[in-house]
Design a protein around this ligand. Structure first.
Ligand SMILES: Nc1nc2c(ncn2[C@@H]2O[C@H](COP(=O)(O)OP(=O)(O)O)[C@@H](O)[C@H]2O)c(=O)[nH]1
Ligand SMILES: [Mg+2]
Ligand SMILES: [Zn+2]
Length: 303
C-alpha cells in the first residue's frame, strides 16, 4: 500500500483556496502549505509544483518551482506567449491598452501575439500597419466565418498561451472554435442559454488536443488596466522593441526619449521609422510611471 507519494505537476487553476494540479493524466485537488503565505508568494495557474499525496487526505502543494516569468494581469506564471486579442470593432481597438500589454509581456520575456477578431465586421488595416513592421505576428480571425482559426491553432501548438483583451472582444468564442471541448461561456450564450460549462471568472489553463495549453482570462476594461503600472521607467524603452536600435544613440545618456534634443528615438519617429502611435503611447506610459515611489513600484513589474 502506498502511504505517501511525491509528485510533480502543473497548476491549472486556483479557486477558493484550492488548486487543481495536473500530474500525469490525473488532476488533484490540493491545498497549499501556509509556508507560501509567509514568503508572500502565492501559487498561480501555470506554476510547476511539487505535491504530496497521502491516503484519505487532501493533496498538498509543498513547493513552487522557480518561475520563468509571471504576470499579475492576468495572474499566471510560465507563459510562452501572450495573445493580445483585439476586435476590429465593438469594442473599438485601443492602442494604449495594446502597447501597455505588449510592454508587460516584453518585460517578462513573453512573446506577444496580436489576434484581430471579428474580421467579418471590419478589417482595420491601420492596426496591421503599426504592428506587423515591428515583427509582431498579427493573426486575423472571425469566429463567425471561421477565417484564421487554423492559423491560430498552429500558433498555439505545443506552447503555453494566455489570452487577454477587453471583455467582449471574442476571446472565449475563439477558444471554443479552436477546441469545442472547452465549452467556454460567451457573451451570447450567457444571454440566451444561461451559463456555459466554464465561466471565465478566474484564470484557468486548458490542455489543447494538439498539445500545449491555453488560458482564457476574465476580461479587463481599459479603465481597470489603467490601474496597473507596466514597468519601471528605466526598463520601459526596452519594452518598445523598435526603440532598441536607437537607445544608445541619444545625445544625453540620461535621455528619457520623450522630448529631449538629440534624442535618436524622437528623430526616428519624426523620420517615420517609428510609428507615432507607438511613441505617443510610450509617452503616456512614461508619464504614468515616472513619478512612482519605490514602494509603489514594488510588485508592479508586470501588468
Ligand atoms: N461578428 C462577430 N461577433 C463575434 C465574434 N466573436 C465573438 N463575437 C461576439 O462578441 C461577443 C463577445 O464574445 P465573447 O467570446 O464572450 O468575448 P470575450 O468577453 O472576449 O470572451 C459575443 O456576443 C460573441 O457572439 C466574431 O468573430 N464576429
Ligand atoms: Mg470570455
Ligand atoms: Zn532618447
Amino acid at each position: 500500500m502506498i502511504m505517501k507519494q511525491e509528485l510533480y505537476g502543473l497548476i491549472l487553476k486556483g479557486i477558493g483556496g484550492f488548486y487543481y494540479v495536473k500530474a500525469g493524466e490525473a488532476v488533484y485537488e490540493c491545498k497549499a502549505r501556509g509556508l507560501f503565505r509567509k514568503q508572500s508568494i502565492s501559487p498561480l495557474a501555470g506554476d510547476r509544483v511539487k505535491l504530496e499525496t497521502e491516503e484519505n487526505q487532501d493533496a498538498v502543494i509543498t513547493e513552487i518551482m522557480p518561475r520563468k516569468n509571471v504576470l499579475t494581469r492576468p495572474p499566471i506564471a510560465n507563459l510562452d506567449q501572450l495573445a493580445i486579442v483585439v476586435a476590429s470593432c465593438s469594442p473599438a481597438p485601443n492602442t494604449l491598452v495594446i502597447d501597455k500589454t505588449i510592454a508587460a509581456a516584453e518585460n517578462q520575456g513573453i512573446a506577444p501575439i496580436l489576434i484581430l477578431t471579428k474580421t467579418d465586421l471590419g478589417q482595420v488595416q491601420w492596426l496591421r500597419d503599426i504592428y506587423e513592421p515591428i515583427g509582431f505576428p498579427v493573426v486575423r480571425v472571425s469566429s463567425v466565418t471561421g477565417e484564421g482559426i487554423e492559423q491560430v491553432k498552429e500558433v498555439l501548438k505545443g506552447k503555453t498561451t494566455a489570452f487577454t483583451g477587453n471583455s467582449g472582444v471574442g476571446k472565449s468564442s475563439l477558444l471554443n472554435r479552436i477546441d469545442e471541448r472547452l465549452g467556454l461561456e460567451t457573451g451570447e450564450i450567457s444571454r440566451k442559454l444561461g451559463r456555459g460549462r466554464h465561466t471565465t471568472r478566474q484564470v484557468e489553463l486548458f490542455a489543447l488536443e494538439d498539445g500545449g495549453y491555453v488560458a482564457d482570462t476574465p476580461g479587463f476594461s481599459a479603465i481597470q488596466l489603467e490601474r496597473y503600472h507596466v514597468v519601471k521607467k528605466e526598463q520601459l524603452p526596452y519594452c518598445f522593441r523598435e526603440f532598441r536600435p536607437y537607445l544608445d544613440q541619444c545625445r544625453f545618456p540620461s535621455c528619457s526619449h520623450t522630448c529631449e534634443k538629440g534624442c535618436a528615438v524622437v528623430q526616428a519617429m519624426e523620420e517615420g521609422k517609428i510609428s507615432r502611435s507607438r511613441h505617443d503611447n510610450y509617452l503616456a506610459l512614461y508619464q504614468e510611471v515616472k513619478d512612482l515611489k519605490e514602494w509603489d513600484k514594488k510588485g508592479n513589474a508586470a501588468l
